[in-house]
Design a protein around this ligand. Structure first.
Ligand code: SAH
Ligand code: DHB
Ligand code: MG
Length: 223
């Protein structure tokens, strides 16, 4: 089994059970044209995010890491009319591309793109009384995933979900001697969750168009 097969299967899934979408393709094309890296969630994973939004009946979503707005548009489309999504992006030039794609996709009224490092954006969100959130998607700088998770856990309602992307990282999650800071951070995240009564979590390994990785899903428990 190889990368070619993983990509072909993602393609088959996309062409059968995932519906084609002009605006989403537009967002991917705009990101590519602007030179953004093609590291958005895969189409099957994006559909999973949409299903999760609907399953928890989410109305308030927070995303760490906007890139070109692909996952933000997907999740926003699964929101009800009065639902809102805030997405945090460090790079102004990425945020600008995302903002345009979000508007073209017709979800400009539901999505707010905020520019700046997420750790700096968080105190302002608290001041504004944003949240509690129903779903938080963590997909920004991977070394900070544990910090974002800890912050999100305090601000996600019981029954809400926190999803963290890219935690398996070619299997380095299981390598205690991994020298990569991003890999160590995912190990720390899992160790953190081991003794955390406020969340019940699992990690699913994935293969697909983006290679071998995986995501963590945590359900926030009641008090
Ligand atoms: N969620 C997107 C992909 C995000 S890629 C999708 O699936 O469509 C990761 C993004 O996080 C990049 O755009 C990167 O610029 C951004 N990022 C990196 N460090 C960040 C930080 N400290 N704060 C906010 N965003 C950051
Ligand atoms: C990278 C970021 C992602 O969110 C992802 O899914 C894959 C790669 C990256 O920063 O390289
Ligand atoms: Mg990711």
């Amino acid at each position: 089994m190889d990368q070619e097969t993983f990509s072909a299967v993602d393609k088959f899934i996309e062409q059968t059970i995932l519906s084609e979408d002009e605006a989403l393709r537009g967002a991917v094309d705009a990101a590519e044209a602007a030179g953004l890296p093609a590291i958005q969630v895969s189409p099957p994973q994006g559909k999973l995010l949409q299903l999760l939004v609907r399953l928890v009946g989410a109305k308030r979503i927070l995303e760490f890491g906007t890139l070109g707005g692909y996952s933000a548009i997907l999740m926003a489309r699964a929101l009800p009319e009065d639902g809102r999504l805030i997405t945090l992006e460090a790079k102004p030039e990425y945020a600008e591309v995302a903002q345009r794609s979000v508007e073209r996709a017709g979800v400009g009224d539901r999505v707010e793109v905020r520019v700046g490092p997420a750790l700096e954006a968080l105190p302002r969100l608290v001041e504004e009384g944003a949240g509690p959130f129903d779903l938080v998607f963590i997909d920004a700088d991977k070394v900070n995933t544990p910090s974002y998770f800890a912050w999100a856990l305090d601000r996600t309602r019981p029954g809400g979900l926190i999803v963290a992307d890219n935690v398996v990282r070619d299997g380095t999650l299981a390598d205690a001697s991994a020298t990569d800071d991003a890999a160590q951070a995912q190990r720390r995240l899992h160790e953190m969750l081991a003794g955390e009564p406020r969340a019940s979590a699992t990690t699913i390994q994935t293969v697909g168009v983006k290679g071998y990785d995986g995501f963590l899903i945590a359900l926030v428990e009641g008090a």
